[in-house]
Ligand binder design. Structure first.
Ligand SMILES: [Zn+2]
Length: 330
């Protein structure tokens, strides 16, 4: 789940509180875990607490071999025969190989985490370029209570020819392989990486909404790249965009994500408050979009107000001349 609201009185209030929460970031990335998780105000607990999903157990031991963290050739290759050490020839369509886990650990261990929050340097929260394009992004968070499929929402997007980006978590893919494949094959949709265990991305164990984050550069690597391998198998190409579970991360983690070839993506409009807003509030939030906004909502909580609210908002967006498009971030 991403930021959501409790006791929300109106879309206007929610939007104001969200703005407070999203603008503020902590300047000390590794403070006590029970501090305000980067918001510096009560806005986070009001607007943005997790709903149901909790981090899963560390996945490495239980994953199929193909989905475990990529091996580090520098560490493992010395005792292997030469033909085994030779890297596989990349397929023509593949991008340059991402740095190894060992390289990330060597390059980023000991670096001060800097800022912590929803919008840290290196993270994109608005589309680049001009025009009247906005981006609809839907997270599929996975885990207990988070493995649902909002088919009504997906059908609405399909029926209206609306482009969208789905950020898929590893656990959600495991629970919904058929839907994941269908989304990946739909030309309207782009697939982003929503983490392996769905936890905040920190190099020192910061937490957000009570969810313990990663605690080292190595754990950041695993949180990104275990799911990246799954997404590569799903879509046939590397995902370009990453959004951590809870959307919280620190500055060093953002740099690691970029080093791995992905762009950390935040948001400028909290569309459904972690799938807790009723439809009229979702409508108000999404329909208020301005050119360049990135809207976050969820596609894993059927029965909430997201599908109906987004459906209504699409009509309003069209009337305003705003066109949902792909992420075009740098
Ligand atoms: Zn999520």
């Amino acid at each position: 789940m991403e930021p959501h609201g409790r006791n929300l009185r109106s879309a206007k209030i929610g939007r104001r509180l969200f703005t407070l929460a999203s603008v503020a970031v902590a300047l000390s990335g590794c403070g006590p875990a029970n501090r305000s998780e980067g918001t510096g105000s009560t806005a986070a607990s009001t607007v943005a607490a997790p709903v149901t999903d909790a981090p899963a157990k560390p996945p490495t031991a239980t994953l199929p071999a193909a989905l475990r963290p990529l091996p580090d050739p520098q560490a493992a290759g010395s005792s292997l025969p030469p033909e085994t050490r030779r890297p596989p020839r990349p397929a023509p369509s593949r991008l340059p190989a991402a740095p190894t886990r060992g390289r990330i650990v060597a390059d980023f261990t000991g670096k001060a985490p800097g800022t912590w929050g929803l919008h840290v340097p290196g993270t994109a929260a608005n589309l680049t370029g001009g025009g009247r394009t906005i981006a609809l992004t839907f997270d599929c968070c996975g885990g207990p209570g988070g493995n649902g499929v909002d088919q009504e929402l997906i059908d609405t997007l399909q029926r209206t020819g609306t482009r969208a980006t789905f950020f898929l978590n590893f656990r959600w893919i495991q629970a919904n392989p058929g839907v994941a494949k269908s989304l990946a094959e739909n030309p309207l949709f782009e697939i982003g990486n929503h983490g392996t265990k769905h936890i905040p991305l920190s190099v020192c164990g910061r937490s957000a909404y009570g969810i313990q984050g990663t605690a080292s550069a190595a754990e950041v690597y695993d949180e990104v790249m275990v799911n990246q391998a799954a997404l590569h198998r799903l879509t046939g190409k590397p995902a370009r965009y990453f959004r951590p579970g809870t959307a919280y991360l620190d500055e060093v983690s953002a740099a690691i994500v970029r080093e791995l070839g992905l762009i950390p993506v935040s948001f400028s409009i909290n569309g459904d408050g972690g799938a807790t807003y009723p439809a009229p509030v979702v409508f108000g939030e999404v329909a208020a979009a301005k050119p360049g906004d990135i809207i976050i909502a969820h596609a894993n909580q059927p029965g909430g107000g997201t599908a109906a609210g987004v459906a209504q908002a699409l009509t309003a967006l069209q009337a305003a001349g705003l066109r949902p498009g792909r992420l075009n971030l740098k």
